[in-house]
Ligand binder design. Structure first.
Ligand SMILES: NC(=O)c1ccc[n+]([C@@H]2O[C@H](COP(=O)([O-])OP(=O)(O)OC[C@H]3O[C@@H](n4cnc5c(N)ncnc54)[C@H](O)[C@@H]3O)[C@@H](O)[C@H]2O)c1
Ligand SMILES: O=C(O)C[C@H](O)C(=O)O
Length: 308
């Protein structure tokens, strides 16, 4: 199993590290445009192999896509991150050009690749990857919901005073400060609805804290987060590489599911060796449906800024 990660920055390197530590891939290729950067990150990571006990071979390249040839999965993290006070949507001007060229190069060298798009604004960049590559929809996956759900579980555990392993929950919708839809109604603590343990007011606070999870970290760090994003990407990669058939909320091109068409947005999907093997159409309440529809409007507005 060969995996390419484009962008050896904070998220790309973290993602390569988690993939290697989980030891399910034979090879990870890191590619960056900054001279020597990916080679350096790869060497540094390889020097953790004997310490962390993995056999995955990590190599780096400055812009040489021939080194990525015949990748099974490629992750696109190249692009600028936001600074405090910015929205993800403001990154579109620079990142659209980067994602467009990177996606084109990747499929030239790996025509059968499954693409995972991370660069922001992620739902729009996933849509752009479709427009540029024309790949079937099961082979382009946007990563956002897996991360947002992890943050939701973190906030739920905090509110419940429970261990995170006792908590389950999912966030659908756009990967944006306003567009996320944390499904509080379906969140559970060991199969019991969380509303049995905490007030509606506290649950609303959990929802709001989850939606601004990325912005909160950006304010603290001065740039956006990387550990949880890297771990979330590695979870998607592992589900595909190991044909796990796990459900994650991912951004996918919808064609009528959830009453939505011609956009990529986060909904639950089954991930396996073919990429997105099924969109899971769950029954939403009227309030959840209207939040998702509003979120879709926001994503479509950002898509409208694309030059495709
Ligand atoms: N979808 C998500 O949940 C999620 C989570 C975290 C970050 N992000 C996004 O991921 C992106 C990367 O974030 P980061 O913190 O790793 O940024 P970073 O600046 O640390 O790394 C980005 C890397 O991309 C490289 N790059 C730029 N143009 C390139 C090109 N044409 N080809 C190859 N490499 C190129 C840069 O040299 C840099 O090393 C940002 O857009 C950020 O907003 C998304
Ligand atoms: O917040 C960001 O801009 C980066 C990423 O989308 C995140 O949610 O951490």
């Amino acid at each position: 199993m060969k995996i390419t990660v484009v962008g050896a920055g904070a998220v790309g390197a973290s993602c390569a590290e988690y993939i290697a530590i989980k030891d399910f891939a034979s090879e990870v290729v890191l590619l960056d445009i900054k001279e020597g950067f990916a080679e350096g990150k790869a060497m540094d990571l390889m020097q953790t192999a004997s310490l962390n006990g993995f056999d995955t071979k990590i190599t780096g390249t400055t812009g040489d896509y021939s080194k990525t040839a015949n990748s099974d999965i490629a992750v696109i993290t190249s692009g600028i991150p936001r600074k405090p006070g910015m929205t993800r949507e403001e990154l579109i001007g620079i990142n659209a050009g980067i994602v467009k060229s990177v996606a084109g190069e990747l499929i030239k060298h790996s025509p059968d690749v499954i693409l995972i798009v991370v660069s922001n604004p992620m739902d729009t960049m996933t849509y752009l990857a479709h427009k540029v590559t024309g790949l079937p929809k099961h082979r382009i996956i946007g990563m956002g919901g897996a991360l947002d759900s992890a943050r939701f579980k973190y906030r739920l555990a905090e509110a419940l005073g429970a261990p995170i392993s006792d908590v389950d929950g999912m966030v659908i919708g756009g990967h944006s400060d306003k567009g996320m839809v944390p499904l509080t109604r379906l969140a559970t603590r060991n199969s019991v609805p969380v509303s049995e343990f905490i007030s509606e007011e506290r649950l609303n606070q959990v929802m709001e804290d989850t939606k601004v999870g990325g912005a909160t970290l950006t304010k603290l760090l001065g740039t956006s987060a990387w550990y949880a994003p890297g771990a979330a990407v590695s979870g998607l990669v592992q589900a595909i590489a190991c044909d796990q058939k796990k459900i994650f909320p991912c951004s996918t091109l919808l064609d009528g599911e959830y009453g939505l068409k011609d956009l990529c947005i986060g909904v639950p999907v089954v991930l396996g060796k073919n990429g997105i093997e099924k969109v899971v159409d769950i029954q939403l309440s009227d309030a959840e449906k209207s939040k998702l529809a509003e979120s879709a409007e926001g994503v479509k507005k950002t898509n409208g800024l694309l030059d495709v």
